[in-house]
Design a protein around this ligand. Sequence first.
Ligand SMILES: NC(=O)c1ccc[n+]([C@@H]2O[C@H](COP(=O)([O-])OP(=O)(O)OC[C@H]3O[C@@H](n4cnc5c(N)ncnc54)[C@H](OP(=O)(O)O)[C@@H]3O)[C@@H](O)[C@H]2O)c1
Length: 312
Amino acid sequence: MKYTTIGDTSTKISQIGLGTWQFGSSGWGYGTDFTKEDAIAVVHRALDLGINLIDTAEVYGRGNSEKIVGEAIKGYEREQIIISTKFMPLTIRPSSSIRALRKSLKRLQTSYIDIYLIHWPNPILPLGRTLHHLESMVDEGLIRFIGVSNFSTKRFQTAQQKMQFHRIQVNQINYSIARNKAEKNFLPYAIKEKVTLMAYSPLAQGFLTGKYSPNNIPKGTRRTNTLFRKKNLERGKTLLDLIKIIGKKYDVTPAQVALNWLIKDIAVTAIPGAKSLDQIEANANAGKFELLEEDLHQIRRVLEQFKPRFLF
Ligand SMILES: NC(=O)c1ccc[n+]([C@@H]2O[C@H](COP(=O)([O-])OP(=O)(O)OC[C@H]3O[C@@H](n4cnc5c(N)ncnc54)[C@H](OP(=O)(O)O)[C@@H]3O)[C@@H](O)[C@H]2O)c1
């Protein structure tokens, strides 16, 4: 496992984490394709394989993801695990964010959160007030680090300037080889300013695994992912073919190539979601080879031609 540090701190974090939106979410096949026992086994295998970052959120499975994670980590040393979870600021009252935090702590059966993130910017609320509530939580020892999610670079910079006593250490954003705008938009800033780019949907929700095609589109939550539109799947064929070929060279899967490409940059930690032991094992092993300059060059050339259309 490759490790990096969170933002400008010395706290160690694995460059492959475990995303758990899937846990407790029927839209991801929870309850039909996989069970709570499967999810708990995935967490255990992740931790045993050296993954120390587990990402969840208050909304995932309406709190069930946090509950499953809380149950799964019982018996492990809490200090060895980095839990990131998220809340949505809905009012400026400090009581509302502290209430959200306390509920997450209860579901996760823990006394602190390692990285607490604003899930989405709420443009109708004064951002500074929410950030100052988060700073108070750090001072009270309820959270260790502050993060945000789905913030543009500009919004992130503005937010960072509003901080009084602490820094924002993480921006969790949609970043994969297929949705790669962050490589130019946020990554250079993240490297320069020592901020962690936590890459969500790093497999583009399965698009980069090569198992989906115009005749086999995932159901449920992913119906709204425009990458799975017929035209985009067709546009992605050259990219998928290339990561398959590169994968063969290193005896790895296209998904592992896609994850490896993300974590070549030390500022990036990727948090693929996994629903089975096979998936978590493959993801955990994605850093076990080094893409060569010639591979990166080929990928760059193909990406220049890959122009998927997104609705948002
Ligand atoms: N901050 C935010 O707004 C935000 C938004 C989205 C996600 N997230 C976080 O990021 C995490 C990951 O993103 P995501 O779940 O949207 O997408 P993802 O990680 O790109 O894709 C996950 C899906 O890919 C498939 N998969 C995973 N590993 C695989 C492997 N080794 N081989 C083949 N297939 C594999 C599985 O689905 P199938 O087997 O069914 O294909 C899995 O559910 C989430 O769990 C969540 O923690 C955050």
